[in-house]
Structures are given as structure tokens and as C-alpha cells.
Design a protein around this ligand. Structure first.
Ligand code: ATP
Ligand code: MG
Length: 195
């Protein structure tokens, strides 16, 4: 894995998710790749909104429906220009997305046709890549990355019969931060988790 310590953070509300995204944006710099994963409605785009706000991006961050990636301009905390590439790889793979080599190859082809493979392999010095659902691809393309895994914990158990608990539709999410590669060793992950 090559990562540093990981942290699991309780995120009770959508605002808290935006706040977490904004705090993490306070630590990024050009060349960074952030990978967001989690099921439908987990809060990936909500995190991305806070992240964008943290980079001073005023325009709305939405799940791109007709586009796979959006590029937005903002600034790093030190005032330097930041260029955010927000990729929604779920849209890229469509409904047929499924983990596995075939889909990785297909998705890589699609990224390539958009010129996004280079952006991921060698992001410009002021570029930050934030990718939703990209677990398979970013692992293939970006050896150093911050993985943000969002989970909806099961609703408090009412079923003693062992049936699968329904996920909560609102409220609490668990966010696991997994730094991969040297770049992320210095992320103050415990401090991010504490607030
Ligand atoms: N703690 C929380 N964190 C994030 N979102 C929350 C939380 N509690 C409730 N929500 C709500 O859950 C929804 C999350 O939607 P969002 O679009 O961010 O998910 P997504 O992971 O991007 O989904 P999709 O895979 O469909 O793109 C929003 O309506 C948000 O307001
Ligand atoms: Mg989304």
C-alpha cells in the first residue's frame, strides 16, 4: 500500500462534509490527485463542493451529467493560481462500470480520448485532480494520491434476524482518509480527523 496512517472520521451532516472538503483543500498543492469513492448518494459531490470552496472556486460544483470532467479556476491558500479538474468517472464508465481489468482498460481509453490521462499522469504544476468513483483508474494512473472513502453506515440495528441493515438515507457518513505515496505522508491526518 505504501500509505501513511489512515483515519476514519465521523461526518454527521452535509455541511460537515463540505467543511471537511474545505479543510483538505487547505493542504493541497499543484500536482495532487484526490480520489473520492463511495456509493450513490454517499456525499462525493458534497465533499467536492467544500473542496472547491476551499480553493476559492465560486462557481457551482455539480456532478457533471453531460461532461465527464469540468475544469475550474481558483487559488491555493498561498494565493497562487489553482486549476481544479473535477472528474466523474462514474459517468465515464456509465452504468456498466464495474471493477475489473476490462473496465479499467475501457475507461483509460476514454480518458485518453479526452486528454485526461496525461492530466492524471503528469498534472500541471497548478493542477489538482479530484476524481469521483475513480478507484480503479486512479490506482492505475496516480501512484501518489489521497483516497477519500465515504460510507453510509447501517441504520441502528432493528433487525436481530441477520438481514442486511438498510443504509441511512440522511445524516452520518464515515469518511476514511487513506494517504498513498510519499507526497501524503506529511498530511496532518489526525488533525483533520479531530475537528
Ligand atoms: N453527512 C453527510 N455528508 C454528505 N452528504 C450528506 C450527509 N448527510 C446527508 N447528505 C445528503 O446526501 C446527499 C449526497 O449527495 P452527493 O451528490 O454528494 O453524493 P454522491 O456521492 O456524489 O452521489 P452520486 O454517486 O450520485 O454522484 C446530498 O443530498 C446531501 O445533502
Ligand atoms: Mg456525485
Amino acid at each position: 500500500m505504501g500509505g501513511g496512517q489512515t483515519a476514519t472520521i465521523e461526518v454527521p451532516t452535509d455541511q460537515a462534509m463540505r467543511d471537511l472538503g474545505a479543510r483538505i483543500a487547505g493542504f493541497v498543492r499543484g500536482g495532487d490527485v484526490i480520489l473520492l469513492s463511495g456509493p450513490l448518494g454517499a456525499g462525493k459531490t458534497t465533499f467536492a463542493q467544500g473542496f472547491g470552496a476551499g480553493l476559492g472556486i465560486s462557481g457551482p460544483i455539480v456532478s457533471p451529467t453531460f461532461t465527464i470532467a469540468r475544469e475550474l479556476d481558483g487559488s491555493f491558500p498561498d494565493g497562487r493560481r489553482a486549476h481544479l479538474v473535477h472528474v466523474d468517472a462514474y459517468r465515464l464508465g456509465g452504468a456498466s462500470y464495474a471493477p475489473g481489468q476490462d473496465s479499467v482498460g475501457r475507461l483509460l481509453d476514454e480518458l485518453e480520448s479526452l486528454g485526461l490521462d496525461e492530466e492524471l499522469e503528469d498534472p500541471g504544476e497548478d493542477t489538482v485532480v479530484l476524481m469521483e468513483w475513480g478507484e480503479q483508474m486512479a490506482a492505475a494512473l496516480a501512484p501518489e494520491r489521497l483516497e477519500v472513502h465515504i460510507e453510509r453506515p447501517p441504520a441502528p440495528a432493528s433487525a436481530a434476524d441477520g438481514a442486511d441493515a438498510a443504509p441511512t438515507s440522511e445524516g452520518m457518513r464515515l469518511v476514511r482518509l487513506v494517504p498513498v505515496g510519499r507526497r501524503w505522508q506529511t498530511l496532518p491526518i489526525a488533525a483533520l480527523a479531530r475537528r
